[in-house]
Design a protein around this ligand. Structure first.
Ligand code: 1Q0
Length: 215
């Protein structure tokens, strides 16, 4: 059907975007990073309305970054590296507590960056799990090891409820519509190192500049 073609398309899109993220000298292009997230949100929307509150927050973050990229100083937002330099040099980041720059590129991207770690952990579990693996458990474990540490109780609770209605592994793979289980596993094997590298480069950059706890 047309719908399944769209899903497959958006899926390939995600990995293409993360592939395009890295420049030759290992800078991360913001445009492709944001595109990767757009694709993930599309996928999330395919999973049902329980995930709406998560998708909505991700969309908000994407919109903040898009506005910066297409704004007056858009040329400063070509890569994550140039964004960090520009915002820090010009005092555009609330470093210790929220103040006059509540929606800096740096703090907004940090939220997506933390979620990317969740994605990496989840996909790795999905890739290596057996036929009867429970996606809800994989998702919850990945979340508890990463993103949850940055979320208050009420969000952790809501996320837990959402995870419970995730489809099982076979249905999940079907929604991905990449082909056989073997093909999905192979695709994940190809995509994960890319996502990992983008994550590690960003993490190191943020650590260097002491930005890992931005409010
Ligand atoms: C597949 C199931 C998806 C489950 C996603 C796990 C993440 C749960 C996060 C729930 C929190 C969202 C509510 C908002 C939280 C914000 O407070 C928080 C902090 O921002 P701020 O401005 O208040 O300081 N925001 C975040 O932490 C950002 C969260 C973004 C989450 C985006 C998740 C996008 C997921 C995409 C689904 C991909 C499915 C991958 C399957 C791929 C298979 C190859």
């Amino acid at each position: 059907s047309g719908a399944s073609v769209d899903q497959r398309f958006c899926f390939q899109e995600v990995f293409d975007s993360f592939k395009l993220c890295l420049s030759e000298n290992k800078e991360v292009y913001l445009e492709h990073y944001v595109d990767g997230w757009r694709g993930l949100v599309k996928f999330l929307n395919c999973l049902g309305s329980v995930f709406g509150f998560i998708a909505k927050d991700a969309v908000n973050k994407v919109q903040v970054l898009v506005a910066l990229m297409s704004g007056e100083s858009g040329s400063q937002y070509a890569t994550i590296q140039s964004m960090v330099k520009y915002e820090l040099d010009n005092g555009l980041v609330d470093v210790t507590k929220r103040g006059s720059h509540p929606e800096s590129g740096c703090r907004t991207l940090l939220r997506l960056h933390r979620a990317l770690r969740w994605l990496e952990l989840f996909l790795e579990r999905l890739r290596t799990s057996g036929e009867d693996g429970k996606t809800s458990v994989m998702c919850a474990e990945a979340y508890n090891e990463s993103l949850s540490q940055h979320h208050p109780w009420v969000i952790r609770k809501a996320a837990g409820v959402a995870f419970c209605v995730l489809p099982g592994r076979p249905a999940f793979f079907e929604v991905m519509n990449v082909g056989s289980t073997e093909q999905v596993v192979a695709m994940l094997g190809g995509a994960l190192p890319l996502i990992s590298e983008v994550y590690n480069i960003t993490e190191e950059l943020y650590a260097q500049h002491n930005l890992l706890d931005l409010p």
